[in-house]
Design a binder for this molecule. Structure first.
Ligand code: UDP
Length: 239
């Protein structure tokens, strides 16, 4: 089921359903593009037609942010659980380790992506890492980066360049990589490499990860201030 926030569609999905969709894509279905949508991205997409059509065309738009779930509840919608980008990324890697899907990590600083790859191998010893590379390359180099991914025969491609760079890369170069499942994962490699600690489990389980991030990275206040405005408008408008 899909619910629309300020004109931006989000899928009422679960981690399990997302893993199933990924499995279909790897086993010969159409390539699957997964986009993590949060209130901040919804507001951005309202003003940015490229981002809006990118989200609209994605195969799966996961509700990454408690703000979407709250807005949905307030207006009697059908989004009940959030699926965060970092959790789905890890769940896909766990599944990849069990099934032999090959994983490519693209993005973050060189030492961060290499640590993220080692950490994945530590957590999931069976995982086939097809390759990794950092996210600091020019627009001119993007074609050869995509060719590198294609040569690695990766099934899953995780792109951690932040927004809007990762969306641009996926839009322009995604098909060229040959990956079956493509997902933008923002700062997830930094989290995996232990550079940005996650909130304590209890805070996460009650939907307060954002408060913890604010405590760690106070500069996010400006980005987060958009949330109450988003809630108000999304509930008023109802779609
Ligand atoms: N990054 C990158 N190339 C760039 C700019 C940023 O690889 O040219 C990486 C950066 O090192 C970090 C991630 O992109 O790992 C951005 O994380 P952030 O949490 O800011 O993502 P967002 O909140 O935009 O999803």
């Amino acid at each position: 089921m899909t619910e629309t926030f300020l004109g931006v569609p989000v899928d009422a999905t679960t981690t399990e359903a997302a893993l199933e969709a990924a499995s279909v894509a790897v086993e010969g279905g159409a390539p699957l593009l997964i986009v993590a949508v949060n209130p901040e991205k919804v507001v951005k997409a309202e003003r940015d037609p490229d981002l809006r059509s990118f989200i609209a065309q994605a195969g799966l738009r996961i509700p990454d942010g408690v703000g979407l779930v709250i807005a949905s509840r307030l207006r009697g919608g059908n989004l009940r659980t959030r699926v965060t980008g970092v959790d789905l990324f890890l769940a896909l890697c766990e599944r990849a380790a069990k099934t032999g899907w090959r994983v490519y990590l693209l993005g973050a600083r060189p030492e961060v992506v290499s640590e993220a790859a080692s950490e994945l191998a530590r957590r999931f010893p069976q995982i086939a890492i097809a390759g990794w590379r950092d996210g600091y390359f020019s627009t001119e180099e993007a074609g050869s980066v995509a060719a590198e991914v294609a040569a690695s025969r990766a099934d899953l491609l995780f792109v951690a360049l932040g927004s809007p760079l990762q969306e641009d890369f996926l839009r322009r170069r995604g098909a060229q990589t040959g990956a079956r499942v493509l997902m933008g994962v923002g700062g997830s490699f930094d989290v995996l490499a232990g550079r940005v600690p996650r909130a304590p489990r209890l805070m996460r389980s009650v939907g307060l990860e954002w408060l913890y991030r604010l405590y760690r990275e106070p500069w996010r206040i400006r980005r987060m201030a958009a949330l109450p405005i988003f809630l108000w408008r999304a509930v008023q408008r109802g779609s």
